[in-house]
Design a protein around this ligand. Structure first.
Ligand code: DGJ
Length: 718
């Protein structure tokens, strides 16, 4: 079946993405309707949808309200309009007429123009072969030669759901130190807005949303997933009409964030991705993970190294000797990438000074960074460096030289957060300086990895130039993207970790430009399970940084066994944030053993298929299971929060095994029937005490090994 098919006489298109279809039709009224989103249909089947009776038009109800793929403001539609403009004479009604389509193997462009005003709109769809993902964005162009047109809102996509018996919304909410927590609740009638007004994606909500009919579980049921690839202000508007039709409209900007389109100017929105999947929320997540691997990440096949990060060990107390001593110990336990965090530059001895002055602190690093880098490389590790290039402290040479470079307004207070201001990256000269400064740092030093941090939201945002519009918000993000893209193009071996006070800027837009994420500053093993559960709803384990840190945890004061801290961190890209100088030989030796074990299983964890078993925060026993692509190996990380009433430890039913095969535990040598592991579960040999955890590696028996055993079952298959 072609990815995109066209029934010309009906002005209908069928986009087929893996096992799903998305059907579009331009109606007789020239509006673009979403006719179907769900199981795959042929063109002939899709055309038969036109025989269904249309919704009735009544004086107070308009059939197109809430069911348009491209929903322009105007006429008698009062629901959310994904496209809103204001023309020079004040008119706000759009009257779009379909003009033509362009079709390639995987891309469809539907073009519209206003019946009177000089405005054209293109709705652009891309289907990715083998994935249920459909990408959609919009371009809006001023084709005239006179006064500007104000674009008040241009959503990237409005995904219209089919009629379901009920609707439930899943999304992630959070805060600093508690990002990405999953919320799943019935969708209320009216409008539910998720989003950020902070200029960054935010800790508080993440730009994805999923809808099911209220009956999907982790393992079964249809799920409609959507996400926005954008790292600034954003909004997802979930609209449940009184008619019970539901749509999800995703776009940059929170509410109205208007742009003045000059004659000849074109606005292109970020991409929104939508996917229909079956197989429950677990199935949906696996499809998102595959999509991210295949179409978002630049280096999806590379194994992410085990890193050490000095932040929790030293804070701002950074010195050459102490870092070298930490590096010695990091190398001893098997770390592959040593990252020096904040405190190495300018007069950065605390968080009040130095941001903007990206030269090594001469007292701490009298000969620059090279001696440390040489030492780290000499130990066989890569070298990583923390930077926060989008910022300036008032106490910095940069700010003293360019006080006007920060985002600010005349006659307004310059709000400081964490003692710092945001550089106005929307201004080309400032963006050029940021790029040149980091580029020089990379050219002057053999830096393999940057931890790119961004520790405060934007304030006092106003017009960028003489045009009184809100383009600063989006220009900031676009210029940030350009800087990252250029650095990556010019420094091909460089890898980047995306951090924003933990997970303040986690989204598909940043994942295109970075290799991994620091999802939260909260390194408490118990809290982290919930954060990771939320993170992996959309983003794969190979992007999810996780460190073993101290017990009691510096943030929560909770004590956790070392093995449990390891098991939690091993669920993603393993890192160590402990003060290694304070560890005794026994701890170092145990860390070395655990890291070596992670390295053996890392390909499975980072590149395998992930199954979440249970919900942290709700279930006492939870686990994450990773299955190799050839299904021959499995890793299970299991966590038992606490035991009650002296009950025996529960067994853990696994997923995605061959019921006819047998599996051997690598450590104990115990052999299990696949059917029993699926039905009854894996017996867990957990340590005593609360917060017990384990890591189990299973290997499917090969035909030679199988011969040692009696045939399985009464009617073994041939
Ligand atoms: C916030 C980050 O999330 C931390 O990991 C650390 O890098 C600090 N910034 C340093 O200031």
């Amino acid at each position: 079946m072609p990815l995109i098919a066209h029934a010309r006489e009906h002005r209908l298109w069928v986009l087929t993405a893996a096992d799903s279809s998305y059907v579009l039709r331009v109606g007789d009224d020239d509006l673009l309707y979403s006719l179907h989103w769900g199981r795959a249909l042929t063109v002939e089947q899709a055309v038969s949808l036109l025989e269904y009776p249309p919704a009735r038009s009544r004086s107070c109800e308009v059939p197109s309200d809430g069911v348009l793929d491209l929903s322009p403001a105007g006429q008698a539609r009062y629901g959310h309009a994904g496209l809103q403009v204001r023309f020079a004479d004040g008119a706000r009604d759009l009257d779009l007429r379909y003009t033509r389509h362009r079709l390639t193997d995987d891309e469809l462009v539907l073009s519209f123009e206003d019946s009177f005003f000089p405005l054209t709109v293109e709705a652009i769809y891309r289907v990715r072969a083998g994935s249920p993902a459909i990408e959609r964005h919009l371009t809006v162009r001023h084709t005239g030669s006179e006064t500007p047109i104000e674009v008040v809102r241009a959503d990237s996509a409005t995904w219209v759901l089919p009629e379901l018996p009920d609707y439930r919304l899943s999304h992630a909410y959070g805060q600093w130190n508690g990002e990405g927590r999953l919320q799943r609740a019935p969708l209320a009638h009216g409008e539910t807005a998720l989003g950020s007004r902070r200029g960054v994606t935010s800790h508080h909500a993440n730009p994805w949303a999923m809808i099911d009919d209220g009956t999907a579980s982790e393992d079964q049921g249809a799920v409609y997933g959507t996400a926005l690839a954008w790292s600034g202000n954003w909004q997802i508007l979930a609209q449940r009409m009184p008619s019970d039709r539901v749509s999800l409209s995703l776009g940059s900007g929170h509410g109205a964030e208007s742009r003045l389109l000059e004659p000849g100017e074109e606005l292109s929105t970020p991409v929104s991705v939508g996917m229909y999947t079956e197989g429950g929320f677990g199935g949906a997540s696996r499809a998102w993970h595959e999509y991210v691997r295949a179409h978002v990440l630049k280096h999806p096949l590379e194994l992410r190294p085990v890193l050490y990060n000095s932040w929790e060990a030293t804070g701002f107390e950074v010195s050459l000797n102490a870092q070298m001593a930490l590096a010695d110990r990091a190398a001893q336990i098997g770390v592959e990438l040593f990252v020096m965090d904040d405190g190495w530059f300018g007069r950065r001895v605390d968080d009040t000074a130095g941001l903007g002055d990206w030269a090594p602190n001469p007292e701490r690093f009298p000969d620059g960074l090279r001696p440390l880098i040489k030492h780290v490389h000499g130990l066989g590790m890569k070298f990583g460096l923390w930077v926060e290039p989008e910022m300036a402290n008032p106490d910095s040479d940069l700010y003293r030289a360019h006080p006007d470079w920060i985002i600010h307004r005349p006659h307004r207070h310059r709000t400081r957060i964490r003692g710092q201001h945001v550089l106005n990256l929307a201004r080309p000269a400032v963006a050029a300086w940021v790029h040149a400064t980091i580029d020089r740092l990379l050219r002057d030093n053999e830096i393999d990895f940057l931890k790119w941090d961004m520790n405060r939201p934007l304030t006092e945002v106003g017009p960028l130039d003489e045009r009184a519009d809100d383009r600063l918000w989006s220009a900031y993000v676009e210029n940030l993207y350009t800087i990252l893209d250029r650095l990556r193009a010019d420094h091909r071996a460089l890898r980047i970790e995306n951090c924003s006070s933990g997970g303040g800027r986690v989204d598909l837009g940043m994942l295109v430009r970075t290799d991994q994420v620091w999802p939260s500053d909260n390194t408490d093993a118990v809290d982290r399970l919930e954060i990771q559960h939320g993170y992996t709803q959309v983003y794969p384990a190979q992007t999810m940084g996780a460190w073993i840190t101290a017990s009691p945890n510096p943030w929560t004061g909770r004590e956790s066994p070392l093995d449990q801290r390891f098991h939690v961190a091993a669920a993603g890209v393993l890192g160590v944030g402990l003060d290694l100088a304070a560890c005794d030989e026994a701890e170092l030796s145990r860390l070395g053993t655990l890291i070596a074990r992670y390295k053996v299983l890392r390909p499975l964890i980072q590149h395998g298929t992930q199954y979440r078993l249970g919900t942290p925060g709700r279930d006492a026993l939870t686990a994450v299971q990773y299955v190799a692509s050839d299904e021959s190996e499995i890793v299970v990380l299991a966590f038992l929060r606490s035991r009650r009433f002296g009950r025996a430890d529960p067994a853990l039913p696994l997923r995605a095994l061959d019921p006819r095969a047998r599996y051997r535990e690598a450590d104990s040598g115990r052999v299990h029937h696949g059917a029993v592991l699926l039905a009854r579960g894996l017996p867990l040999d957990l340590p005593t005490g609360d917060q017990a955890s384990t890591m189990i590696h299973l290997r499917r028996l090969g035909p030679d090994e199988e011969e040692q055993f009696a045939p399985i079952g009464v009617n073994p298959s041939p």
